[in-house]
Ligand binder design. Structure first.
Ligand SMILES: [Zn+2]
Ligand SMILES: [Zn+2]
Length: 374
């Protein structure tokens, strides 16, 4: 074991997070990221730097993901970029923010990399009150989108054709077209396109299993897929084609770019509610209406997600103002009570939680699973 790796292991053993999993010599990046979570968050909130949130992805062959990650990490850190980036042999998937004053340098760097040159940015529809990210994490993964697929003959680049927002709107009103939401149930619950099939799944892996089955009866129809920014659809459209579906299309740039196109071209917005996003904002408003209900009382309307304040539970739930206030940000009174226990008792339960986990400690979303609706 090399010295670098050994040092790296020791840091892991101490439970310290390494920014970008950089080698130990690159102390600057590490020091920055080793501050407690709350401290990092507050530093970003109060630093007064204007940031632009964006996402981009590309399925592109990356020969040496580790090297690519290290180079990316070094440059993006120097530009003060924050976010979550996955790199794999199959490509890159980035959700991040860039300090406004470094935007041109960031853009020039992306253009200078042959793997990334010309990659379309999807700019956030709205910036939240708090920054979208407060640390930079770049990880090497097996896949940029976990798909659970092991079929060697599957070609992810043989994708369906793109649809613009205008074309997508036409699909929605066409009785011969089927529209499928390729996101998880907790995402489509707070916002979706009118009349879309919304599979009742918690992961993209499940989605890829379920969707070809669900669409069997629609095999000869025109199929249109959509997701947050397009990355899942790109893979899913290729998967459907691999499974014998011929007329497969997908919304270019996902819901994020749909909203921009609708605004730019004065189109009718057919997306209802909020678009779930995977950062501190948790969602950006696309349609004005609130279409989902509070998971705690099932009565109040809410499309605001919270993580239960009890870190053992941390379940994702929708809460109305009344319930969130009443339960103090916890998903239940049980969690509220648990969090008041002495640290040693909590530690005991946390360690042994796997033995008998009370329902609300399970790491899945709260809300009742909704049935698949067409
Ligand atoms: Zn409620
Ligand atoms: Zn809880």
């Amino acid at each position: 074991m090399g010295l670098t790796m050994l040092k790296s292991r020791i840091f892991h053993l101490r439970g310290l997070r390494l920014a970008c999993m950089m080698p130990v010599q690159k102390q600057n990046y590490m020091k920055k990221d080793m501050r407690p979570r709350q401290e990092k968050k507050e530093a970003v909130i109060t630093d007064g730097i204007a940031r632009r949130t964006l996402s981009f992805y590309r399925y592109v062959k990356i020969g040496d993901p580790e090297k690519f990650r290290d180079e990316l990490c070094e440059r993006l850190t120097s530009l003060g970029c924050l976010g979550r980036i996955y790199v794999a042999h199959e490509g890159i998937n980035a959700q991040m923010n860039v300090p406004q004053h470094n935007w041109d340098q960031f853009d020039a760097y992306i253009k200078s990399r042959p793997e990334l040159n010309g990659v379309p940015y999807k700019m956030a529809v709205e910036e939240g009150d708090a920054p979208s990210f407060y640390k930079l994490m770049i990880k090497v993964k097996d896949k940029i989108v976990a798909d659970g697929l092991t079929d060697e003959s599957f070609d992810v680049t043989n994708t369906g054709a793109y649809l613009s927002a205008k074309e997508f709107n036409e699909y929605i009103s066409d009785p011969d077209a089927v529209v499928v939401d390729m996101r998880n149930a907790y995402e489509s619950e707070i916002g979706h396109f009118e009349g879309a099939i919304k599979p009742n799944v918690d992961t993209f892996r499940e989605e890829l299993k379920v969707v070809p089955e669900l669409l069997k009866v629609h095999k000869n129809k025109k199929i249109a897929l959509y997701c947050t920014g397009g990355i899942r659809c790109e893979k899913a459209s290729a998967w459907l084609k691999h499974n014998g579906f011929e007329n497969v299309h997908h919304l270019k740039g996902g819901i994020i770019d749909y909203k921009h196109q609708v605004k730019r071209e004065g189109l009718e917005n057919k997306f209802k509610g909020k678009n779930f996003v995977f950062d501190e904002r948790m969602g950006e408003r696309i349609g004005d209406e609130v279409i989902s209900h509070c998971h705690l009382c099932s009565v109040g309307k809410s499309d605001t997600h919270y993580h239960c304040k009890n870190i053992v539970c941390h379940v994702l739930f929708l809460g109305c103002e009344f319930c969130v206030q009443k339960k103090g940000g916890y998903c239940s009174y049980k969690c509220m009570t648990f969090d008041r226990l002495p640290a040693s008792v909590k530690k005991y339960f946390t360690r042994n939680a796997h033995l008998k986990k009370p329902d609300q400690f399970k790491k899945h979303r709260l809300g009742r699973k909704t049935s698949t609706i067409k």
